[in-house]
Design a protein around this ligand. Sequence first.
Ligand code: C2E
Ligand code: MG
Ligand code: MG
Ligand code: MG
Length: 290
Amino acid sequence: LLLPVAGLMAASLVALITWLARRRLSPLGELELALRNREFVAHYQPIIDIETGICVGAEALARWRRPDGTAVRPDFFIPLAEENGLIGALTNQMVEAVIRDLAPVLVADRSLHIALNLSAEDLVSGRVLAFIQQAIAGTGIRTEQLWLEATERGFIDIEAARATIIEARRLGHSVAIDDFGTGYSSLQYLQRLPLDALKIDKAFVETIGRNAATSPVIGHIIDMAKTLDLHIVAEGIETEEQLAYLRERGVRFGQGWLFSKPLPAGEFVAFHRRRQHEYGPGPELIRRAI
Ligand code: C2E
Ligand code: MG
Ligand code: MG
Ligand code: MG
């Protein structure tokens, strides 16, 4: 009888010490620990073909849930990871999360795509590409089913980013410029980088029908993307009015709360199944052949 009791006491002592140690950690120390303990999961925000209503895939968004159940916002931990050389490790964990969550679904449904967010470090080093190849080897997932998103912040070293994008596309990924228009000298990047798609930031989608002074900008972004032969994904669609405008302007893809918030893997799979039932299966969107 004494043995289990002693064991229990030892276990709770360890828990207490862990809790005390954690309480004294800096945010960075806590992030390092969280990466080691794999406290990150992916949530999936559906990407919808605006014309047909078909769900063509989802964007994987990192979520950090501490063991005590509290959540940390990506706006906080992504920059923290980026500034401290930890984002590569986080990106790798996201790749693994996608495979763990969705490999059978991706293999069964070739029309399903998952978009991963890359940071500057990922683009500069390009190591993530080999990591992805190694991670999907033997799973049956096709490189074409994985889309990559890069923000303008990732183009500080434009030549390195360019080399990574070229290699990514050679392997079969589609590459999108994310949060378009929120950064610096975007036009130059658009001209110099071989991109497949442009994601219009929600800051511009928000202006549709609301702010007469700024909403013309989104029209110009759409025109420019079409001129450059880029696919367009509109972010942050919240209202029917915004959707109607985007549909009328021929924007092909959209994501936002109007369709769905980011969902845990199981709920995303259910969403996708429901949607497929309602709107039919999607096409296989092979890069450059969409
Ligand atoms: P993002 O890549 O532009 O992702 C879109 C953000 O908009 C997500 O915020 C999403 O939850 C939010 N969103 C989507 N639809 C709506 C809408 O209709 N209304 C509103 N108000 N918001 C909407 P989230 O998940 O907080 O992520 C914030 C940013 O953190 C992302 O912006 C991305 O830049 C970064 N991030 C998230 N996960 C990762 C990751 O795994 N790796 C990297 N490098 N960055 C990530
Ligand atoms: Mg993104
Ligand atoms: Mg975005
Ligand atoms: Mg954004």
